[in-house]
Ligand binder design. Structure first.
Ligand SMILES: Nc1ncnc2c1ncn2[C@@H]1O[C@H](COP(=O)(O)OP(=O)(O)OP(=O)(O)O)[C@@H](O)[C@H]1O
Ligand SMILES: N[C@@H](CCO)C(=O)O
Length: 324
């Protein structure tokens, strides 16, 4: 039997000012999905989740409700209808959940991207990553009710991804500056994306909008020009952060600690509760991350946390092993 293992890493959506339109991938940690191909179909549904490791039993085993299996079903439908590949076998799926749930680290997107890259390899690579990313985005609708691409696209494609348009989907890859490092701190609490989206305003004043898109343009320019000071100046979110910061105990102190420790900028990772900061060296990023953890610990909520320091991952979802 042919077996393929796919991997996709954590991602940070929004990147402060780029709500739903900007995201990036880090190198570790990430989710793994192991797919095994059987010639004989063993149930009506062509995909079965045989086990999930590391989720504490929290995730659905229904293949239509778990993002890892849901996106493989979408992929099989796509290759049947558009490439004439009628799959009549069966796929067993094992999900190794290394990312915390409802963390702001793109957990559901990582499962989806890892599953898609493995399924594509398992069936002879009929699709490009740019085709696969459409299904990863659909997986987000299953996870949190909205098909935002700022975790799913960088999970699949790596780098920074700017979503110029959703209809039609228009993704722009932005290579990271050489010396940009991310400190990512996950406090031991959960914040569901669907709830974090429910607290956002339905409309914003024009003055707020102009500030926000000015910073998005400046952030993209800073990345492309490798202007670290500009990147830091542009990491300002006047739309989502003001509404979501109160949902993350200690956020204000954590952000200040990051800046005091030398970070270029700091904001909420995706919909939270994780917090990210950028630095222009790995050494500074390590110092910044430790200061952020201390601030979470000494805040009123006294939250323990995990911390990773990483460059921006340029590879995206990848195959880590396969048997003939
Ligand atoms: N493979 C999966 N991994 C994580 N969540 C999944 C998965 N499949 C389905 N879900 C559903 O998605 C919900 C998590 O969605 P949510 O967006 O809040 O978390 P997340 O994707 O882990 O977080 P974030 O994108 O903020 O890191 C879970 O409650 C779960 O029911
Ligand atoms: N753009 C999404 C990111 C979720 O990780 C949000 O902020 O709701």
């Amino acid at each position: 039997m042919k077996t393929v293992t796919g991997f996709a890493s954590a991602t940070v959506g929004n990147v402060a000012c780029g709500f739903d339109v900007l995201g990036f991938a880090i190198t570790e940690p990430g989710d793994e999905v192991i797919l095994t191909l059987h010639d004989e179909r063993s149930s009506d549904c062509p995909v079965s989740i045989t086990s999930i490791i590391g989720d504490g039993g929290a995730l659905p085993l229904d293949p239509k409700k778990n993002t890892s299996s849901f996106v493989v079903l979408k992929f099989l439908e796509y290759i049947r209808t558009t490439k004439g590949i009628a799959f009549d076998g069966h796929i067993d799926l094992v999900l190794k959940k290394n990312l915390p749930l409802s963390s702001g680290m793109g957990s559901s997107a990582a499962s989806a991207a890892a599953a898609l890259i493995a399924a594509n390899e398992l069936l002879g690579s009929p699709c490009s990553k740019m085709e696969l990313v459409h299904f990863a985005i659909e997986g987000e609708r299953v996870a949190c009710g909205s098909a935002h691409a700022d975790n799913a696209a960088p999970a699949m494609l790596g780098n920074f991804i700017l979503i110029r348009s959703y209809h039609p989907l228009d993704l722009i890859t932005i290579k990271p500056p050489a010396n940009l490092f991310c400190s990512l701190v996950h406090p031991h609490t959960e914040l569901k994306t669907s709830f974090a989206r429910s607290v956002l305003p339905k409309s914003i004043p024009l003055s707020t909008a102009t500030q926000q898109w000015g910073n998005v343009g400046a952030l993209v320019a800073g990345l492309l020009m490798e202007d670290y000071d500009l990147i830091g100046r542009a990491l300002v979110d006047v739309v989502a952060e003001p509404k979501r910061a109160p949902l993350i105990p200690g956020f204000v102190e954590v952000k200040q600690a990051a800046l005091d420790a030398g970070a270029l900028g700091c904001s909420i990772a995706g919909s939270g509760p994780s917090v990210f900061a950028f630095s222009s060296s790995r050494q500074t990023a390590e110092t910044v991350g430790a200061a952020m953890q201390q601030a979470f610990l000494h805040s009123k909520a006294s939250l323990a946390s995990d911390m990773w320091v990483s460059p921006i991952c340029s590879e995206g979802a990848r195959i880590v092993s396969k048997t003939p």
